[in-house]
Ligand binder design. Structure first.
Ligand code: F3S
Length: 394
């Protein structure tokens, strides 16, 4: 791989041990995937933030880096942490867990990382532009930035994203290259997609079938950005889809080569069967929205449904701290809290220890959450649309 003089110096340790170690990791990655050079990144999103996922070894690794003076070179955000960083006590998160989670956040902050923990950084002040090279980690954020924004990122692991943040570059391979962004299967959709959960079900079904291919969707008449984020998140979870195109909706759809693609039809039947397949339990003890983290539009829709109601069982809606603050200002938070629900910031149902908080069956409208909750959080799942989920908790 071609390296500039400055990069050679970094690799030779002339810029300190930490940078040498981090840059070496990027060079190794680039060599494995045949990158020709390093490219500057506009922003980074680092995964591996929850104490539940990284434990003591990960925490000590981050504290060590921070104590050696490691500092990020570009705008860097974090994936969800294991708890609401402000309201963890009220929400019942265990104290020991909280102590360790706060150590992790301190280490990231020392490195200059914005300690906003979210899988929707693009809704919270980290918005890349079309064709900008970035190094993001969380699979739904990767999918959204590649597909809906047209930025360019591979799905980075926690360490490679951190290395990109500290060095300001990433190896030029995979989805950074135009030739690798071409679709290799066409999905013909013949179904009315109304709820965000319909998009989650479609994404779950397609991801399962096509694994890591790049789909080109036709037949999706309309979708807002919340629905596209639900679609992409589910496809990335049930398969490993990091980029998709939607005819008439996503920015690269008109530019890519579509001739001669293998086609796969998806209709009402497949979507209905996916709803059934994803529901492993009956009545939920808790309903959690916001996977990926909720937008203000999603929170306002929930507030509208809960206005003047009293919940018998809890509802959470997970989001970023920034969006939560906007929701407070709009009075949505007050309406949801009065009804007995909570807007939970900085974390989500999958990375927080909900299984230790007494919950056994979780209701979700997200194909991604439905995919992970049984394995990660030992939950039975009720997968349904927002209306049915809210109705069931009243
Ligand atoms: Fe985000 Fe957690 Fe879902 S990280 S995409 S809310 S599983």
């Amino acid at each position: 791989m071609y390296l500039t003089k400055e990069e050679e110096k970094t690799l030779n340790g002339e810029k300190g041990k930490v940078l040498e170690r981090m840059f070496r990791l990027l060079v190794r990655l680039g060599d494995i995937y045949g990158a020709d050079k390093m490219i500057p990144v506009g922003s980074v999103q680092v995964a591996g933030v929850s104490y539940k996922s990284i434990g003591d070894p990960g925490t000590e690794f981050l504290e060590d880096l921070a104590s050696k003076g490691a500092k990020v070179k570009v705008l860097t955000y974090l994936n969800p942490a294991g708890m609401d960083l402000e309201n963890w006590k009220e929400l019942g998160f265990p104290k020991d867990f909280a102590k360790n989670q706060l150590r992790i956040m301190d280490a990231f902050k020392k490195m200059g990382i914005v300690v906003t923990s979210t899988c929707t950084p693009y809704l919270a002040g980290n918005l890349p532009r079309f064709r900008e090279h970035i190094a993001w980690s969380e699979s739904s954020a990767v999918s959204f930035s590649n597909s809906v924004i047209g930025a360019r990122t591979n799905r980075e692991g926690g360490p490679s994203a951190l290395a990109a943040a500290l060095c300001g570059v990433t190896p030029n391979y995979g989805l950074h290259l135009w030739e690798n962004r071409q679709p290799n299967i066409q999905i013909d959709v013949d179904a009315d997609l109304e709820f965000n959960s319909d998009f989650g079900a479609l994404g779950y079904y397609v991801g399962k079938q096509i694994k890591n291919k790049i789909p080109y969707f036709s037949g999706i008449k309309d979708a807002n950005t919340d629905q596209l984020k639900a679609l992409g998140a589910a496809m990335a979870a049930s398969g490993a889809v990091a980029l998709y195109h939607v005819e008439g909706l996503t920015p690269e759809a008109d530019l890519v080569e579509k001739k001669g693609l293998e086609t796969m039809p998806v209709g009402k039947k497949e979507i209905k069967e996916t709803y059934e397949k994803l529901s492993t339990g009956k009545k939920p003890d808790i309903v959690i929205f916001g996977c990926p983290h909720a937008s203000l539009r999603e929170i306002s829709a929930l507030a509208e449904k809960l206005e003047g109601k009293k919940l018998k069982k809890p509802i959470w809606i997970c989001t970023s701290r920034m969006v939560k603050e906007a929701a407070e200002r709009m009075g949505y938070d007050e309406i949801i809290t009065k009804a007995g629900g909570s807007i939970v910031a900085d974390t989500c149902m999958v990375v927080s220890p909900i299984e230790k908080m007494g919950y056994k069956t979780t209701g979700v409208n997200s194909g991604k959450a439905a995919n992970y909750l049984p394995g990660f959080c030992k939950q039975e799942v009720c997968f349904a649309n927002i209306n049915d989920l809210v109705e069931g908790q009243l």
